[in-house]
Write a protein that binds this ligand. Structure first.
Ligand SMILES: Nc1nc2c(c(=O)[nH]1)N(C=O)[C@@H](CNc1ccc(C(=O)N[C@@H](CCC(=O)O)C(=O)O)cc1)CN2
Ligand SMILES: Nc1ncnc2c1ncn2[C@@H]1O[C@H](COP(=O)(O)OP(=O)(O)OP(=O)(O)O)[C@@H](O)[C@H]1O
Length: 208
């Protein structure tokens, strides 16, 4: 793997020209890439984060207004992922039904629980906040997919559990909005089970 020192998250906030982070093939390279991307994301200052999250959130809201999916899968932020909770409240005020992902088993797809901002939450075994009172719903027809990394072809790198890949494997595929900061873009080869996302929303992208 090369290029770790060129990750610009903490400085200009723009991706380095071409590839900012590169991974070779194999589990070890992916592990190293995950660590590099996590460290880069941790470095982003609060002021930038607030600004970038607002921009990403506004694009998500605009996308939802155009598409009006019956339910939108969202996520509760962990490990410095873009925090879109202000946008979730705006969506609910506009009439959106939201659902949060729930890990039900290590090797299973994600389940989804109906969720409204303000519902009481508990921390699950993965350290993620989930509704305390779980009402499972069908897999949403559209979902936000938090990315630790993404590549130019729209493939995603997550924390390594394969949960979103298993969730997206079943047809019909939901509409997917990958959510990431631009500096999470990396060069990596996708695995056969990886499912490309429809679009990646970052603080510098404009989604149609
Ligand atoms: N916000 C958010 N919610 C989500 C996901 C996600 O990626 N982001 N998930 C997407 O799948 C599911 C939860 N999966 C998770 C998988 C790993 C870790 C995690 O913290 N892993 C540790 C390593 C743990 C270990 O080595 O055993 C880490 O990355 O430091 C958290 C959530 C459902 N909810
Ligand atoms: N559709 C699938 N069916 C069965 N196993 C799968 C599927 N997709 C992924 N996996 C398994 O999940 C494991 C992790 O996959 P990968 O490294 O792509 O995770 P990730 O996308 O980074 O993690 P996550 O989606 O949880 O954030 C792999 O061992 C892979 O075999």
């Amino acid at each position: 793997m090369t290029g770790a020192s060129r990750i610009p998250c903490g400085s200009s906030g723009l991706p380095a020209s071409g590839a900012s982070v590169t991974s070779g093939n194999g589990d070890e390279a992916k592990r190293a890439l995950r660590a590099t991307l996590k460290a880069a994301r941790r470095e982003i200052g609060l002021e930038k984060r607030v600004q970038w999250d607002a921009h990403i959130g506004a694009q998500v809201v605009a996308w939802w207004r155009r598409r009006q999916p019956s339910v939108l899968g969202v996520y509760w932020p962990v490990h410095g992922e873009p925090d879109l909770r202000a946008a979730y409240s705006e969506l609910v005020q506009a009439g959106a039904q939201l659902a949060l992902p729930v890990v039900v088993a290590r090797d299973a797809p994600l389940a989804f629980a109906a969720w409204t901002p303000g519902d009481p939450m508990v921390t699950d075994g993965m350290g993620v906040q989930v509704p305390g009172d779980v009402h499972f719903v069908e897999r949403p027809p559209a979902m936000l997919v938090p990315c630790l990394g993404f590549n130019a072809d729209g493939y995603r790198l997550g924390y390594g559990g394969g949960f979103y890949d298993r969730t997206l494997a079943a047809q019909p595929r939901p509409a997917t909005l990958g959510i990431a900061y631009a500096c999470q873009q990396a060069l990596f080869a996708h695995a056969p089970h990886d499912v490309p996302l429809d679009v990646i929303v970052t603080e510098i992208s404009q989604v149609r």
